[in-house]
Design a protein around this ligand. Structure first.
Ligand code: 9D3
Length: 245
């Protein structure tokens, strides 16, 4: 999978693209990146990339001409690729979207800065806007990195066998159970006995209950779409009654 990333700050990407799982994906040739500095496509003397909004108001808008020239270059390099636009008004990125994008050969991602991008860019390239959540960032770069991370790790071969994405469907839409490793006691805090018991059936039951408890506390709406068994529903009902929340 090759990502074509259009940004005014290409240097921001150096860390995430060279580190850990994504960095290894690049090393192994499974992932590729091309960074485009949008300013290189501004043709005036001052290399202007922004201007005041028509209709007035605060802030600046990214100009259509440099972005179009830059996108024309990127889409020449990636014919037929989907064009994504990082934007606070986009569709919230989900694991499902990440999995769909991971099947593409190439993706073009535009990182906005200032108040936003001239709307005609979206129209001209049938760009799809995505957001990473309801909080305000200073630009689209961090959102693009989040997308690259979420999508890149799902490209076949990028995750090692020990990091396999397989057990992600295993948790069936619930928050994960708590994790522990050695030592068995630290500053008086003990690892739950059941995890040391070697009783795998009991361990699985405990983990499932913990996942249900955590989810009902932190993200109760996930329970509406989670893949729950009859036993799960019984456990949840007990939690509700027992006041263990
Ligand atoms: C005053 C209205 N603001 C919209 C909420 C203006 C504005 C704030 C921040 C316009 C652009 C930005 C920069 N943010 C992004 O480019 C962005 C973003 C985000 O802020 N939150 C979550 N996802 C994303 S994706 C791109």
């Amino acid at each position: 999978m090759k990502f074509h990333i259009l940004t005014l700050f290409p240097e921001m990407f150096a860390g995430p693209l060279s580190t850990s799982i994504i960095g290894r994906g690049v090393e192994s040739g499974l992932l590729g990146f091309e960074l485009y500095n949008i300013r290189d496509y501004a043709l005036d003397r001052h290399r202007t990339v922004d201007d005041a909004p028509y209709g007035g108001g605060a802030g600046m808008v990214m100009k259509v001409e440099p972005l179009t020239a830059c996108l024309e270059e990127a889409t020449r390099n990636a014919p037929g690729a989907r064009v994504l636009l990082a934007s606070p008004r986009g569709t919230p990125l989900t694991q499902k979207m990440a999995a769909e994008l991971a099947t593409e050969r190439e993706i073009v991602v535009v990182c906005g800065r200032y108040e936003g991008i001239d709307e005609r860019v979206r129209e001209l390239f049938s760009a799809v806007e995505f957001s990473i959540g309801d909080y305000v960032l200073t630009g689209g770069e961090l959102a693009a990195m989040v997308l690259v991370d979420a999508v890149g790790r799902l490209v076949p071969g990028v995750l090692g066998s020990s990091e396999s994405a397989e057990d992600e469907s295993f948790s069936a839409g619930l928050l994960e159970y708590p994790h522990y490793t050695r030592p068995p006691e630290f500053r008086g805090l003990k690892v739950p006995e059941v995890l040391l018991s070697g009783n795998h059936k009991e361990i699985a039951r405990w983990r499932r209950t913990q996942a249900l408890l955590k989810t009902s506390r932190i993200r109760p709406s996930l329970l509406e779409t989670a893949d729950l068994t009859g036993e799960d529903l019984r456990v949840l009902q007990e939690l509700e009654q027992g006041g263990a929340r």
